[in-house]
Design a protein around this ligand. Structure first.
Ligand SMILES: Cc1ncc(COP(=O)(O)O)c(C=O)c1O
Length: 251
């Protein structure tokens, strides 16, 4: 897309973090009148939780300059953080939300754009033709996914298990030999930090996790993404954390 202006996100501490992000946004919106929207993830999947008040300040800057706020909740939406939308944690309502990934139950490809009704201004216009748009099978999968999330109370489940995970990590941190040093994030969208043994590479850590039966990605040299499915049980959560700890210890 032409004319996109990138602003480093709040979690980029080395570039000035949230204060710099807000300052840059404020200068940009003050200087230009041709900005249509701001697109951001309310919490990046590196699980660095935004500072209190950040998104409220962004929302008010957007309102002041008549700029639409669009949240990409593809990794964070649909209950993952213990709220249906992650932005509910931060007390703001965006104009548009984008969902994907888990919307198809994790197996069928479907994404969605949810917009405020005031933006539904051209229902008679076809805005594009894609081979797989309006696909009834994946649309049904998405609706069923949402029904299951509601019927099984999975949003509250994610919130509760997030607290269980925090407690389990705290218990582990009491042991001096334990390599796990902390957990961050919200609900079941988490990242676990650890003391890396000298010489451990990220690829080796991921491979050790897989060997122990747990699949994760790295979110930095000393941090791994811990993002279990919404339906995980208490027992499996405890098992997965032990497997991660065992994989780190065994390296
Ligand atoms: C924040 C974010 N947005 C969008 C995507 C891509 O979504 P899709 O594959 O549905 O285009 C990803 C993929 O990881 C993502 O992390």
């Amino acid at each position: 897309m032409p004319d996109v202006h990138h602003i480093a996100p709040y979690w980029a501490e080395c570039l000035g973090g949230a204060d710099r992000m807000l300052h840059e946004l404020s200068v940009l919106l003050g200087a230009r009148s041709d900005i249509a929207c701001l697109i951001a993830e309310p919490m990046r999947s590196n699980c660095i939780v935004p500072p209190a008040g950040l998104w409220r300040a962004v929302r008010s800057l957007c309102d002041q300059h008549r700029v639409k706020l669009i949240f990409d909740e593809i990794p964070s939406g649909l209950g993952k953080t213990g709220r249906f939308f992650a932005h509910e944690h931060f007390g703001v309502t965006p104009d548009i939300v984008v969902l994907g990934k888990a919307l198809g139950g994790g197996v069928l490809p479907i994404a969605a754009v949810l917009a405020d009704a005031s933006l539904d201004v051209a229902p008679e216009l076809a805005l594009g033709h894609y081979t797989h748009e309006k696909n009834p099978v994946t649309a049904r999968a998405a609706l069923t996914t949402i029904e299951i999330i509601e019927d099984e109370g999975l949003v509250g489940h994610a919130e509760r298990l997030g607290l269980v995970l925090e407690a389990l990590v705290r218990e582990r941190m009491v042991g001096k030999a334990n390599l796990i040093t902390g957990v961050r994030g919200l609900g079941l969208l988490r990242a676990i930090s650890f003391r890396a043994r000298p010489g451990m590479t990220e690829a080796q850590i991921v491979a050790a996790g897989l060997k122990a039966g747990v699949s994760f990605t790295m979110k930095g040299p000393n941090v791994l993404g811990f993002s279990p499915p919404l339906v995980i049980s208490d027992a499996d959560l405890g098992y997965a954390l032990s497997a991660v700890a065992g994989a780190l210890d065994g390296m």
